[in-house]
Design a protein around this ligand. Structure first.
Ligand code: SF4
Length: 231
């Protein structure tokens, strides 16, 4: 599995896929990448030390993903990220956090006082019913401002059976309007019961082909398009 990559197009950064404790939410119906999680702290730090040794700080921005939330990364690894970031004068750290941690984000900011922290969250869709009933995300809010005042960026998922074109259009419109950045993941079938809608994917890739020129948005047609993970 590739765990280190350099993204040199939009939002230039180094990216690492670290091993962490199991995702505390762990209920999303489309997710099987939590299988990378472990309960063994020795295994975590051994893998993570090796992966983090690749970081050279070339873009002063490091994204850390871990098949879960930053809060599930062990303390020894967090200390190592801090040490490397300080030594390489990294200015911005990008982390993911599930909605359940929305009121704890400052803990991470306080832990990394020298870096700006940029938070992403996997909202997947702004359609409440699809997000919670089908995708089982556990993200309930009354007003979108509750999301965009906490998180800088959202990850959207497109191309799932049951999704509609209108849903996808609205998701992209809201992501562009209210968030600094967005990552759009095209769904690929995996070991879960959630299935890809090929027709919808083809429509999306054609209808939104201009997103490749939109600086705020990254479209991942394959889950490994950031150069980390495995198919
Ligand atoms: S929060 Fe993320 S890692 Fe956890 S189950 Fe959902 S998609 Fe998977």
């Amino acid at each position: 599995m590739d765990r280190y990559s350099i993204i040199d197009k939009k939002f230039k950064r180094e990216i690492v896929l670290l091993k962490s404790y199991p995702c505390a939410w762990g209920k999303c119906s489309f997710c099987d990448y939590i299988e990378d999680n472990t309960e063994d702290p020795r295994q975590m730090i051994d893998v993570n030390r090796d992966v983090l040794s690749n970081v050279d700080g070339r873009y002063k921005r490091l994204e850390v993903i871990n098949s879960g939330s930053v809060f599930e990364i062990d303390r020894e690894t967090l200390n190592l990220i801090k040490k490397i970031s300080d030594e390489l004068s990294i200015e911005e750290l990008v982390f993911e956090a599930h909605w359940m941690y929305r009121n704890r984000l400052d803990e991470i900011r306080e832990f990394f006082p020298k870096q700006n922290i940029f938070f992403k969250t996997g909202i997947e869709t702004f359609d409440d019913n699809f997000r919670n009933k089908i995708l089982k995300k556990g993200i309930l809010y009354d007003d979108l401002s509750e999301v965009y005042t906490k998180f800088d960026s959202v990850c959207l998922m497109v191309g799932i059976k049951g999704q509609t074109k209108d849903m996808i259009r609205r998701d992209i419109e809201l992501a562009l309007k209210y968030f600094k950045r967005a990552t759009i993941n095209v769904f690929n079938d995996n070991s879960t019961d959630i299935k890809r809608d090929e027709k919808l994917v083809r429509w999306f890739l054609e209808e939104f082909s201009s997103l490749k020129d939109e600086n705020k948005v990254e479209v991942l047609v394959n889950i490994t398009d950031f150069g980390v993970g495995e198919l």
